[in-house]
Design a protein around this ligand. Structure first.
Ligand code: GLA
Ligand code: ZN
Length: 716
C-alpha cells in the first residue's frame, strides 16, 4: 500500500501549532528567538494568521502583508513550513462599524455588538465581500510560496444566526428541501398539531427562543439548515482561495463532539479533517482512562470521516487551558501521551494552541510552548521538545493509515432528534455516552472501531453497532439488510427505528424500515427508570426460542414474524455457559418486546418488574449474518460476550488488554505499527507483544513494560 502522507514536503509528522507574530511585531528580538526555540523543539510547521485580520487589513481596503511575507520567508529559510489561515474567525472593529450585518443575531433575533469572535453571520453579503477581498489578497500573495502547505479556513466554525438575512435563506432552503410544496412541509412537521399549519414558506421563522419550538421536525431541520449555511460559508472561502490557486489543500478545524453542525456533511468539502483536542484530566470524579477513551472515540470519529488518509490534530494545549472552571496542569509525561494518542489513531500532525503565550487579553494564561518567561528551560517546553523527538523516532509511520473492520453508527441528526424528542428522561438519554461506552468495550478487547454515519460506505466493515438508532435515514433498512444478509454482524438497542428522517413516528411497529424482520422482533413500550429503580435481566445459560421464553399472560402473545433469509444461525455460538445464571443490572431504559420471531434466539430475559420473563437480549440469524438486539441499557462490561461473539463470527481476533491500555494499529507500505498507550499513572505490563519498539521501551520476552503515561510503537 502506498503511504498517504498529507504533506510530501515534510519528513515524518507535522509538529507545530498556532503562532501569532502579529501580536509581537514591535518585538523583532522575540520573533527571532521564537524561531530558534521552534527548531529546538522539533517544530516544523506553524499555523499563521488565524486571527490576524486587523494586522492584515488595518482599514478597509488597506491591505498590509509585508510583515507576514517577511515572517513566512524567515520561517521557510529555517525549514519551517506554514499553514495559512483565512482570518475570518474574528472581525476588525472597522468592519462591524461599517457593516453591522456581519454581526450575528441571537435566538431572540437581537443583533450582537462588536466583540469576541466566531460570531459572524454566515450569510451577510457585505461580510462576504470583505472576506473575499482579504482571502483573495492572501492567496495572491502566498498561495505559491514554497513554504505554504495548506489553507486553514476560518476557525472553529460554529453557532446559529437568527437575523433577517438568515431567515430568508432558511425559507429558501426549506422550499428547496420540500420541493416548493408547503403541504409537504406541513405533513413532515405535523403542523396540524396546535394549529401550526403554514400557508406559505414566507411565514416560517427560525425557531426563535420566544417563537416556535414545538415542531420537532422544524428543530432538526434548523440544525440541518445551519450546517448547510456554515458549510456554504466555508465553501465560499475555499472557492475564493482556490480561484487564485486551485490545488492547495484545505481544512477547517472541527471541535470534539460539537453539537451545532453535522460534521459528516461538512467533511465532504475539505481535503483533510482536522480537530482541536482539549482533554480535561486529573479530576477525581472522572478517571483519566475514561477521558482518554472519550478522546480516542473522537479521534476515531474524525479519522473515519476520511478513512483513506491521515487526519490532523490541529490544536491541543501545551500544559493547560484557561477556559475551564478549573484549569489544572497536565502532570509530567501526559503531554506526550495526548500527542501520541492522536498519532495512534491516525493523525499525521501534533499541533498546539499556542506556540507563544500572548501577553494580554483573554488567553494570556492559556498554555503555550513558549511562556512569558521566554526561555526553553520550562517543564512544558521540555515536554514539547521531548514529543518532537518521539515524533522523529517514529517518522517512518507518517502517512500510514488505520484499517478497521468494526464500526459504530453515530449521526448528528439522530443525536438532535433523540435530544429533541419529548420522551424518556432528559437526564439519562445519553446518546453520546452510550456510543462511547460501546466503543470502549471494543477498545478493551484491543479492537479499534471506526465511527461512521448511516450514509458512510460500509463495504470494509464486518461488525456494525448502532446504539439508539432512533432516527432512520431513508433507505437505511435495506442497507442494513444487505449488510447482514452478506455476513455482517449487526447490533441494535432499545430506542431504535422510532422515527423517519423528518422525525415523524414510524407507523406499524418499531423498529421500522424492515429492521423488525432483520432482528426478528418488534418492540412495544420503552420504559424510563428512576436512578433508584432496581431492575435486572438474566443472561440465560443457553439461548432459548420464543416458545420456551415464558411470556407472561398479560403480554401480547409472541407471534412469529416472517423472517426472510436463512433460519439457521451460521454461528457457532460463544460459550454462554460461562455466564451461567448471571443477573445483570438494568439502568435507565427497558423496552418491552411484543413479538419475537420463532427463529430468534433469546439470550436474556428480564428478571423482575412487569416485563419479567420477556426477552431482553436477542440474536437473529439473517442471511449469512447475525443481528443482535439489546432491549435494555446495561453496563457494557456485562454484555461483553455479545461483542466477543460478533468479533468471532466476523473472524476478527481480539484479546482483553490490561486496564488502562489502548492499542491501535496503523498500516504503512511495508510495515504495520502497533501503538500501545498507557493511560494510567502507574506502570503496566502488556503481555503478548512482539516486534521492536521505535520509542525504545524494553520488551522482556513478549511482555512490554510501559511506564506511567508511557507509549510504545511496535513495528511489525
Ligand atoms: C480554540 C481556538 C483557539 C484557542 C483555543 C484555546 O480551540 O481555536 O483559538 O482559543 O481554543 O484552548
Ligand atoms: Zn445571519
Amino acid at each position: 500500500m502506498k503511504t498517504k502522507k498529507i504533506f510530501p514536503q515534510i519528513d515524518g509528522f507535522v509538529h507545530g501549532g498556532d503562532y501569532n507574530p502579529d501580536q509581537w511585531l514591535d518585538r523583532p528580538d522575540i520573533l527571532e528567538k521564537d524561531i530558534e526555540y521552534f527548531k529546538e523543539a522539533g517544530i516544523n510547521c506553524v499555523t499563521l494568521g488565524v486571527f490576524a485580520w486587523a494586522a492584515e487589513e488595518p482599514e478597509e481596503g488597506r491591505i498590509e502583508l509585508d510583515w507576514l511575507a517577511d515572517i513566512i520567508d524567515r520561517l521557510y529559510e529555517n525549514g519551517i513550513y506554514i499553514i495559512l489561515a483565512t482570518p475570518t474567525g474574528a472581525r476588525p472593529a472597522w468592519l462591524d462599524a461599517k457593516y453591522p450585518s456581519a454581526m450575528r443575531c441571537d435566538e431572540y433575533g437581537v443583533r450582537a455588538h462588536h466583540g469576541l469572535r466566531h460570531n459572524h453571520c454566515m450569510q451577510s453579503p457585505e461580510f462576504r465581500e470583505r472576506v473575499k477581498a482579504i482571502d483573495t489578497a492572501l492567496a495572491k500573495r502566498f498561495a505559491n510560496h514554497p513554504g505554504m502547505l495548506m489553507w486553514h479556513i476560518s476557525n472553529e466554525l460554529g453557532g446559529y444566526c437568527y437575523c433577517d438575512t438568515c431567515k430568508k435563506k432558511w425559507q429558501e432552503w426549506l422550499a428547496e428541501q420540500y420541493d416548493h410544496d408547503i403541504e409537504k412541509l406541513n405533513a413532515a412537521w405535523w403542523t396540524g398539531f396546535w394549529s401550526h399549519r403554514f400557508n406559505d414558506f414566507s411565514q416560517i421563522e427560525p425557531p426563535y427562543a420566544n417563537g416556535e419550538t414545538a415542531l420537532l421536525g422544524m428543530n432538526v431541520d434548523w440544525r440541518r439548515f445551519s450546517t448547510w449555511s456554515a458549510t456554504d460559508f466555508m465553501r465560499f472561502e475555499i472557492d475564493t482561495v482556490h480561484a487564485v490557486k486551485p490545488d492547495v489543500p484545505v481544512t477547517t478545524n472541527f471541535m470534539e463532539l460539537f453539537y451545532d453542525y453535522d460534521y459528516h456533511y461538512m467533511s465532504r468539502f475539505i481535503d483533510y479533517i482536522s480537530w482541536d483536542n482539549y482533554p480535561e484530566l486529573h479530576r477525581g470524579t472522572v478517571s483519566d482512562e475514561k477521558t482518554f477513551i472519550d478522546r480516542s472515540f473522537e479521534h476515531s470519529m474524525f479519522r473515519s470521516m476520511k478513512p483513506d488518509r491521515p487526519f490532523m490534530m490541529m490544536e491541543s494545549a501545551p500544559g493547560l487551558v484557561n477556559w475551564r472552571p478549573y484549569n489544572k496542569y497536565r502532570r509530567p509525561g501526559v503531554h506526550k501521551l495526548i500527542s501520541l494518542q492522536a498519532v495512534a489513531a491516525g493523525s499525521d500532525t501534533v499541533q498546539y494552541f499556542q506556540l507563544r503565550k500572548s501577553r494580554g487579553a483573554s488567553e494570556q494564561w492559556h498554555g503555550a510552548v513558549i511562556d512569558h518567561i521566554g526561555t526553553d528551560d520550562t517543564r512544558v517546553f521540555r515536554e514539547v521538545a521531548d514529543t518532537g523527538r518521539a515524533l522523529a523516532d517514529i517518522a517512518e509511520a507518517a502517512g500510514s493509515i488505520s484499517k478497521n473492520q468494526a464500526a459504530i453508527l453515530y449521526d448528528w441528526d439522530n443525536r438532535w432528534a433523540i435530544d429533541n424528542s419529548q420522551a424518556l428522561s432528559n437526564e439519562t438519554k445519553a446518546f453520546d455516552e452510550t456510543c462511547i461506552s460501546v466503543y470502549a468495550e471494543f477498545m478493551k478487547l484491543g479492537v479499534e472501531p471506526d465511527i461512521i454515519s448511516q450514509d458512510s460506505d460500509w463495504s470494509s466493515y464486518k461488525v456494525i453497532c448502532a446504539p439508539m438508532l432512533y432516527l432512520l435515514h431513508d433507505g437505511i433498512g435495506e442497507k442494513i439488510a444487505s449488510f447482514v444478509r452478506s455476513g455482517g454482524q449487526f447490533l441494535s438497542t432499545y430506542f431504535t427505528g422510532y422515527v423517519d428522517q423528518t422525525t415523524l413516528a414510524q407507523l406499524g411497529g418499531f423498529p421500522a424500515q424492515g429492521l423488525s424482520e432483520i432482528l426478528g422482533l418488534k418492540s412495544e413500550e420503552i420504559d424510563t427508570l428512576y436512578p433508584e429503580d432496581n431492575i435486572k435481566l438474566r443472561l440465560l445459560d443457553l439461548p432459548v426460542r420464543t416458545a420456551e421464553a415464558g411470556v407472561p399472560e398479560w403480554a401480547a402473545p409472541a407471534q412469529p414474524i416472517v423472517p426472510y433469509g436463512d433460519t439457521a444461525c451460521p454461528v457457532s455460538c460463544f460459550d454462554l455457559n460461562s455466564l451461567t445464571g448471571k443477573s445483570v443490572a438494568v439502568h435507565d431504559y427497558q423496552e418491552l418486546l411484543r413479538e419475537v420471531a420463532a427463529d430468534t434466539d433469546i439470550l436474556a430475559v428480564y428478571e423482575n418488574d412487569y416485563m419479567a420473563g420477556t426477552p431482553a437480549i436477542t440474536r437473529h440469524a439473517f442471511g449469512k449474518g447475525c443481528a443482535y438486539y439489546v432491549a435494555a441499557r446495561t453496563d457494557q462490561d456485562d454484555i461483553r460476550f455479545l461483542y466477543e461473539e460478533m468479533l468471532e463470527n466476523a473472524g476478527i481476533s481480539y484479546d482483553l488488554l490490561p486496564a488502562g491500555i489502548e492499542k491501535t494499529t496503523r498500516y504503512g507500505e511495508t510495515s504495520a505499527y502497533d501503538f500501545y498507550l498507557n493511560c494510567t499513572a502507574k506502570e503496566v505490563s502488556v503481555p503478548g507483544v512482539s516486534g521492536t519498539d521505535l520509542l525504545g521501551n524494553p520488551l522482556s520476552g513478549d511482555t512490554l513494560v510501559l511506564p506511567a503515561w508511557g507509549a510504545a510503537v511496535i513495528k511489525r
